[in-house]
Design a protein around this ligand. Structure first.
Ligand code: CP3
Length: 346
């Protein structure tokens, strides 16, 4: 079994596995070249192109897992929302969900119908990855992070609209979150059935909530999505940022591996999470811009915090940034392997 899948199961292996959130993307010249010809949605919706982009970082670096090239937002398009990636601005939903009637209009379609392009891309990528024994990760946005885009209509500083619905219109909120948890859960399950060997639920914006609001208004829906995904029998990674005050809730919602960011020490997070889960993280993505020696010291600091405890997957605390120097990515990946395999033999 691969290092990555072993670590998901908290089993020891020959070295600490590493992959990077958003490892396929603009910091790579191969990606930028393809993007001159196609929009991001064209790449995502053309299985051959999505497969090609999935393989770009795998061909360039000694990574321990691939993640299918997609985005968390196409499932919202499948529900009837009009999605556009606007240059320089990020994603925009032109008809955001603001009232109960908007929630009612959202359709829950089977992923085989609404998201067949990603399921097809998974089959193609698996065929290429199998010959190299590299596992493939499928993913979905979590209900709260999806709701945040669906209700705000794009990125947002204070998340006034989405929290406004949560706090002021509980019936509409619960109806919305019920639909989103079904979509996310079945999308994850379908990705595993198409060939993904692990799954990650991205709750990138959940740290905007108080722990009590998370427990009451969000956790049951993340749990529902994770329970559906679990039927696949593959390991599930549950990732959020800014989750320091609610790690126990994140763990209790589900997931074999909990992803944490750099705002907490890895060993403190793991102590809080306990023995029942593996951990993924947690280098600040900005550290990749530092001179190599400084970056190496930081990576080493994280690896030392996990030393002696199987079940650490090295990753960033959030997605890799668009102008990250490629040389540092290569050196980081190799260093994580070298440092942990020499430690193991001591
Ligand atoms: O990890 C991978 O290599 C798989 C690809 C992947 C993308 N998006 C491709 C992408 C993954 C896992 C995502 C997840 C995603 N998308 C999240 C959760 C993770 C996170 O970073 O918090 C979120 C919140 C989104 C929504 C999204 N997609 C935003 C806010 C943006 C615009 C901001 C930006 O980075 O430009 C995107 C666009 C996007 N998705 C890009 C990529 C490579 C860049 C767009 C481009 O090519 O022009």
């Amino acid at each position: 079994m691969s290092r990555f899948l072993k670590a998901c199961r908290r089993e020891a292996s020959d070295a600490t596995p590493i992959w990077l959130m958003r490892q396929a993307g603009r910091y790579m010249v191969e990606y930028r070249t393809l993007r001159e010809k196609y929009t991001i949605l064209e790449i995502i919706k053309t299985p051959e192109l999505a497969c090609e982009v999935t393989m770009q970082p795998i061909n360039a670096f000694d990574l321990d897992a691939a993640i299918i090239f997609a985005d968390i937002l196409p499932p919202l398009e499948g529900m009837g929302l009009e999605l556009e990636f606007v240059k320089g601005e990020g994603p925009v939903i032109h008809n955001p969900v603001r009232a109960a009637a908007d929630v009612e209009r959202l359709v829950v379609r089977p992923p085989q119908e609404a998201l067949s392009f990603t399921l097809e891309a998974i089959k193609l990528a698996r065929a290429e990855l199998d010959s190299r024994s590299i596992p493939l990760i499928g993913f979905s946005g979590a209900p709260f992070t999806l709701a945040s885009y669906a209700v705000e209509g794009g990125g947002s500083r204070n998340r006034q609209h989405v929290k406004g619905m949560m706090m002021g219109h509980p019936d509409a909120w619960h109806a919305l979150m019920t639909k989103l948890s079904e979509v996310a859960g079945h999308y994850l399950l379908a990705q595993a059935q198409a060939g993904a060997q692990a799954l990650q639920l991205f709750d990138s914006w959940v740290g905007e909530l108080s722990p009590d609001d998370y427990a009451q208004y969000v956790m049951p829906y993340s749990k529902r999505a994770l329970d559906i995904a679990k039927q696949a029998g593959v390991p599930v990674i549950h990732f959020g940022t800014n989750t320091n005050g609610m790690l126990h809730h994140i763990r209790d919602a589900g997931g074999d591996v909990i992803g944490v960011d750099w705002r907490i020490r890895l060993d403190d997070a793991w102590a809080q999470l306990g023995d029942s889960v593996a951990i993924q993280g947690n280098l600040d993505p900005v550290a990749l811009f530092a001179p190599w020696e400084a970056l190496k010291t930081r990576a080493q600091g994280i690896l030392d915090q996990a030393a002696g405890r199987p079940g650490h997957i090295f990753n960033l605390g959030h997605g890799i940034l668009p102008t990250t120097p490629v040389d540092n990515v290569r050196r980081l990946v190799d260093f994580v392997h070298e440092y942990t395999s020499s430690n193991a033999s001591k």
